[in-house]
Design a protein around this ligand. Structure first.
Ligand code: PLP
Length: 386
């Protein structure tokens, strides 16, 4: 197993250009790119999980009026299978597939079928939501979990992971270094360890691939909910992004050759713009990261496994300021939508897009458009000073 950093990436500080990073990327021709991967269908697996229900898709007409589009809907991932973020969709499916594979099955066995069948420790690195989801699923299948976190994540996030019964390992390192540490720990455990990480690299592709497939449930639900609400298909879907696995899942879902394929808007914090920098460079570029209230997006290294899909399928990418994300949290809260800073980055992003006529044109957004904002986490579990 290779460490998560590099290979095939070059390193650059996001502050080397006098603090300037790219604020916008557009490639409308990528909308007609077709994902070569088989269509994922993980809904039957998720439906069988205790506590599964589709998350809410909330119509927000005041936001549509503000942004000058026909409809804005928010997919609110504040309560997903009992947890306050979408990440359990990926963690549950990937853990099931990985444990099933060790039992010789290439299907996703149910968590009950897997319970007590194996003796190993599940290992992960996280900036919060992923690790909690991994710890939760480990508990459901009766296995110990060792979850590594950077010291600067919130106390609430640390407590939530420990509260799932996992061993919490706090490291005074940035997220990307914590991933390397967890990788080494899993390696040292050999067959007695299972690394569950959403970044992939050569030799470590299966688990991250299953995580990406698991996220497809979210997009299938949103499509069905739009139709059930009598609304047209999405014109634009936001993807708040850290290492790029969620954006990869969005592109795998929406890039299937349809003539009306939506724009997939990759959203990153200004201080962690690894995807937008890589898109402009045409190759993966690592960036140095600092503090962000958008903890789950604060990553400086694009997942190598996600990169080919992001490179070929991304038609729009934008960065959002910390203040704009905080303001979006407040505004969504006042609309009764529970959205943490990562989730609210979606609103900050479409605000920055819609205010600029050239960006609107690039993204194919007009007064008839339907914008789907993925609000990927709850504010309650990811609090900020408002
Ligand atoms: C709440 C939230 N939103 C979005 C993301 C971004 O996902 P990815 O790292 O797959 O780009 C994360 C990742 O941890 C997250 O926790």
């Amino acid at each position: 197993m290779e460490p998560a950093r590099k290979p095939h990436s070059r390193s650059r500080s996001s502050r080397e250009n006098g603090g300037v990073t790219h604020a916008w990327y557009s490639n409308p021709s990528a909308r007609s790119w077709i994902s070569p991967k088989p269509v994922a269908d993980t809904r039957a697996f998720h439906r069988a999980l205790p506590g599964y229900a589709p998350t809410r898709l909330i119509n927000a007409p005041t936001l549509a009026a503000e942004l000058g589009v026909a409809h804005v809907v928010v997919k609110e991932e504040s309560l997903r299978i009992g947890l306050p973020a979408f990440k359990i969709l990926g963690a549950s499916y990937a853990i099931s597939r990985a444990l099933s594979a060790r039992l010789g099955s290439d299907e996703a066995l149910s968590l009950e079928q897997l319970h007590g069948k194996l003796d190993l420790t599940i290992v992960a690195a996280t900036d919060g939501n992923h690790g909690r989801a991994v710890a939760h699923v480990a508990r459901l299948v009766g296995l110990p979990a060792r979850i590594h976190v950077p010291a600067d994540i919130t106390t609430e996030a640390k407590q939530a992971i420990a509260g799932e019964g996992a061993e919490l390992v706090v490291l005074d390192e940035p997220y990307d270094a914590v991933v390397r540490h967890a990788t080494a720990v899993a390696e040292s455990l050999g067959e007695k360890g299972l690394l569950v990480q959403d970044s992939s690299w050569p030799g470590y592709e299966d688990v991250p691939g299953w995580i990406v497939e698991g996220y497809s449930t979210l997009f299938s639900e949103a499509d069905e909910q739009l139709a059930a609400m009598g609304l047209p298909p999405a014109t634009l879907v936001t993807a708040p992004s850290g290492v790029g696995a969620l954006a990869e899942a969005a592109l795998d879902h929406y890039r299937r050759g349809a003539s009306d394929a939506p724009t997939v808007l990759v959203v990153e914090p200004e201080g962690a713009p690894c995807i937008i920098e890589s898109l402009h460079a045409g190759e993966r570029v690592d960036v140095e990261i600092g503090f962000s209230i958008m903890k789950g997006l604060n990553c400086g290294v694009v997942s190598p496994g996600a990169w080919p899909t992001l490179r070929d399928g991304t038609d729009a990418s934008i960065v959002v300021a910390e203040k704009a994300a905080a303001e979006a949290v407040r505004d969504l809260q006042s609309l009764g939508i529970d959205s943490g800073p990562c989730g609210a980055s979606s609103l900050a992003a479409v605000r920055a897009l819609c205010a600029d006529p050239a960006r609107r044109a690039d993204a194919g957004v007009d007064e008839h458009s339907v914008l789907v904002l993925l609000s990927t986490e709850s504010l309650v579990a990811n609090p900020i000073d408002l």
